[in-house]
Ligand binder design. Structure first.
Ligand SMILES: [Zn+2]
Length: 494
């Protein structure tokens, strides 16, 4: 029997947010772990659940049998950094039809969570391969006296097909392999305005991809004395923030499409995109760190070529472009997902110069008009000391005052549409749609700043890329007031 259950059944749930404390045994994922009742020694029966997380982006460190109907689940901490325990992703099989269970995820490292507001884990199964969120009414989030008053998320589930393998995750997974397949399919299209390069390798020798999207044949690009505007976008520095990858893919899908806005943008602007800044962390199923346990978004000031090679490579490239007189790096946007707030929103830097502050607010304001899920009121500008090593803060200090550095955040859970109080849970599609809206907002921005004076029609009914908001005036201002208060008090980390 391959149970890894501790017979002592010590419920050693860690104190939320602290160091490992008793979790140090959780170094690997469970591998086809059959959980039979204590004392049972025969061959596993139907209904003795088999748990597995030994696959890409998988995460489950331990399972405790509580009763026939109830199991305690332990998230495997980030590799080399036991402080972070949020992302989970595992399969369950060998179920009985109509078997009802309660799973308790008992060792989250965070206390504040959108579970209190209706968020729920996602599930799929062999016969229903599309991820969906569990009904919120089956999910409970509470302080549990049995786990040192740690916060526990419990969910009830009823298995319905004996032959299905069920998979549960914190949010819609987006793996390194998925990205590789997507980029390979883009390359096969041989688009003249798309270039894919390997910018470097991770510690475990995974690809750090860089895409360049621009029409280098356009008159704007051919004039040698004209400075080229450059937009730089990165995502997945935090590996558990999978919604960032859907946004990033939405940006890319839009920019390579035949949509007239995309064509105009390619004629005037160079887009450089690093879709996965932390490929090892994503592969390993970490929430926040790299293989070696570093939060890469705290190491921009001095990344090491051996300890933080992907970050080092991206920083080198940005420094190089910043020196290049032929290009003007105007935007740097780093995409994240947020575990306690709703909507899409941005963080920017604060400056003494009021005019610069106003200029910096322009892009998020325009995005708010294009994306019904983007909130300008949630957008904030700060200079917290703890954020000093982030890409936004570091590059904000490095680049000149005509550049804008933002963190783009999106909720792991939902958004409030204009004029509504009912949160709409994000799907893979609506995350991608936010990405498309981010991309097309650059045209509004560059028209406003007079770089682009193109009067080509920019509205089409395209089957390939849906025009995200037909009326374009649904700017969500009404909605912003609704969620204004809730986030003010919430600690933020990105
Ligand atoms: Zn983040």
């Amino acid at each position: 029997m391959e149970r890894k259950m501790e017979e002592s059944a010590v419920r050693d749930g860690d104190t939320a947010g602290s160091e490992a404390g008793g979790e140090d045994a959780l170094v690997g994922n469970v591998t086809k772990l059959t959980v039979s009742p204590p004392g049972y020694s025969g061959a596993p029966r139907k209904g003795h659940l088999v748990f597995d997380a030994c696959f890409e982006s998988g995460n489950l460190g331990r399972v405790d049998y509580i009763s026939e109907f109830e199991f305690d689940l332990f998230i495997r901490p980030d590799t080399c950094n036991p402080r972070f325990r949020v992302w989970f992703n595992f399969t369950v099989e060998n179920v009985r039809e109509t078997q009802r269970v309660i799973f308790n995820v008992v060792n989250f490292s965070k206390t504040k969570s959108l579970y209190r507001d209706g968020m729920s884990p996602v599930v799929k199964s062999t016969s229903r391969p599309k991820w969906q969120r569990l009904p919120a009414k089956n999910v409970y989030y509470y302080r549990c006296p049995d786990h040192r008053r740690n916060y526990v998320m419990s969910f009830a589930f009823c298995f319905d097909r004996e032959d299905d393998v069920y998979q549960f995750a914190y949010c819609y997974p987006y793996t390194y392999s998925r990205l590789q397949h997507y980029l390979a399919s883009l390359e096969r299209r041989n688009l003249p305005y798309l270039q894919r390069e390997q910018l470097g390798l991770s510690v475990q020798q995974r690809r750090l991809d860089l895409l360049t999207i621009t029409n280098s044949e356009a008159p704007d690009h051919l004039s040698p004395d004209r400075e080229k505007k450059l937009v730089f976008l990165t995502s997945r520095v935090h590996p558990g923030e999978s919604p960032a990858s859907f946004i990033c893919q939405g940006v890319i899908d839009f920019l390579v499409s035949q949509h007239p806005v995309a064509q105009i943008l390619r004629d005037h602007v160079i887009f450089k995109i690093v879709p996965m800044l932390n490929p090892d962390g994503v592969y390993l199923g970490n929430y926040r760190c790299s293989l070696m346990g570093f939060d890469l978004n705290r190491h921009w000031q001095d990344p090491s070529p051996w300890a933080h090679p992907t970050l080092h490579a991206v920083k080198q490239l940005i420094m190089q472009m910043n020196q290049d007189p032929r290009v003007s790096l105007e935007f740097y946007i780093d995409v994240h997902a947020h575990s306690t707030m709703l909507n899409g929103f941005m963080y920017g830097n604060v400056f003494e110069d009021e005019e610069r502050v106003q200029r910096q607010a322009v892009f998020p304001r325009l995005l708010c008009q294009n994306a019904p899920d983007f909130s300008f009121s949630n957008t904030s500008f700060n200079r917290d000391v703890v954020k000093a090593g982030t890409g936004r803060r570091f590059l904000g200090g490095l680049l000149d005052d005509t550049s804008y550095c933002y963190t783009l955040e999106v909720s792991f859970y939902s958004y409030m549409p204009a004029g509504s109080n009912a949160p709409v849970p994000y799907t893979e599609e609506t995350y991608m749609k936010l990405g498309r809206n981010v991309a097309r907002t650059f045209l509004d921005y560059y028209k406003l700043s007079n770089l682009i004076k193109d009067n080509r029609p920019t509205h089409i009914q395209s089957s390939e890329v849906k025009s995200p908001t037909g009326n374009g005036k649904d700017n969500g201002v009404g909605r912003d007031a609704v969620d204004r208060q809730r986030e003010k008090s919430q600690g933020v980390r990105h």
